[in-house]
Design a protein around this ligand. Structure first.
Ligand code: ZN
Ligand code: ZN
Length: 331
């Protein structure tokens, strides 16, 4: 089969390699579509990967069952969660795989076939496209949705989102759909253009001439945004989230990043600020996301580029240049 190899130093190459065989509890998936995630850029630009690749968003067809798998059949269409739980603990019973002490994560999904756990597969209804199946099974929509379920400081009328990579755009689409005033912040004009197309009410191109914190306060009658979401993975924008959120507002972290200095008194206590982290989504949230899609939330609008698998090197170059929303590889 063809698979993506990641030597690092901003290169990827398609290679021939034997298809893997599923072990107990596992299935082999024949990939129909895989997507690029912003988190892949660090290994892409840096040291790469010794084995396999960083692909962790995919949808495809069950091609082969592991020895003891009974809950799936060959030929079924599935969207794949990159996180799988042990299946036996109380968290797994509630579909909260990300809380499972024995969770496993899968990658190497930029390939014609890959292995995953059977309990990481969502059955896709026949009428659902591969693209939508992928988006509501993975980071693309899963992260924004999971984050939205943790925001409790009602009423939420304004949401400022820092970083308009794929996750930031997913947040912009979701909160616009929920009727909130979305303020999108980035340094790249192209990404802000995508945010506007997805419903952002205001786009702010941060620069030495435009302080996003001052601009957000101006757009919210001086109060600050009800919610600030950090999706850039940058310490500067993390600090700006605290400066731009209203009193009693919420700061949500989506972007992985290094340690930053915060003041319990100034950043939290005296302004009654809640800050939260949100990682991936809960396996059990799939039906709610499907319902949102069926109710008119066109998650596939997040996709700006589609490439045949053989053109993966170009797909990575485009995403790394900040010129894309969600990028798909088709098989
Ligand atoms: Zn990801
Ligand atoms: Zn578990």
């Amino acid at each position: 089969m063809r698979s993506l190899q990641m030597p690092g130093q901003s290169t990827v190459v398609c290679i021939d390699t034997p298809a893997p065989a599923p072990g107990p509890g596992e299935v082999l998936i024949q990939t129909q579509v895989s997507a690029l995630c912003g988190s892949e850029l660090k290994p892409y630009h840096g040291a790469g990967m010794q084995m396999g690749n960083t692909g962790h968003e995919s949808a495809g067809i069950v091609a082969q069952l592991g020895p003891d798998v009974t809950q799936l059949k060959e030929g079924q269409r599935v969207g794949v969660s990159a996180v799988a739980g042990c299946g036996a603990c109380t968290y797994c019973a509630k579909g909260q795989y990300t809380y499972c002490p024995d969770l496993v994560t899968h990658n190497s999904m930029h390939a014609e076939y890959f292995i995953t756990k059977a309990n990481a597969c969502h059955l896709l209804p026949d009428e659902l496209s591969w693209e939508v199946g992928l988006l509501i099974s993975g980071d693309g929509f899963g992260v924004p949705y999971h984050t939205s379920t943790k925001l409790k400081n009602e009423p939420i009328e304004s949401v400022a989102i820092f970083g308009m990579g794929p996750i930031g755009l997913g947040n912009a689409l979701l909160h616009s759909h929920l009727g909130r005033q979305v303020i999108a912040v980035d340094v790249v004009a192209k990404r802000l253009e995508f945010a506007g197309e997805l419903g952002a009410a205001h786009v702010l191109q941060a620069s030495k001439d435009l302080d996003p914190v001052a601009a957000i306060r101006e757009l919210t009658a001086g109060r600050g945004a009800d919610v600030c979401i950090e999706a850039a993975g940058r310490p500067e924008s993390a600090k700006q989230c605290f400066a731009a959120v209203r009193t009693a507002g919420t700061v949500a972290f989506n972007g992985e990043q290094p340690a930053i200095e915060l003041s319990p008194s100034a950043d939290f206590i005296r302004r009654d600020i809640t800050a939260l982290g949100s990682w991936y989504y809960h396996f059990g949230q799939f039906p709610a996301m499907l319902e949102l899609y069926r109710g008119g939330l066109a998650v596939d609008r997040l996709i700006t580029h589609r490439f045949p698998f053989a053109e993966a090197p170009e797909a990575f170059r485009m995403m790394a240049a900040g010129q894309t929303g969600k990028v798909l590889l088709e098989y």
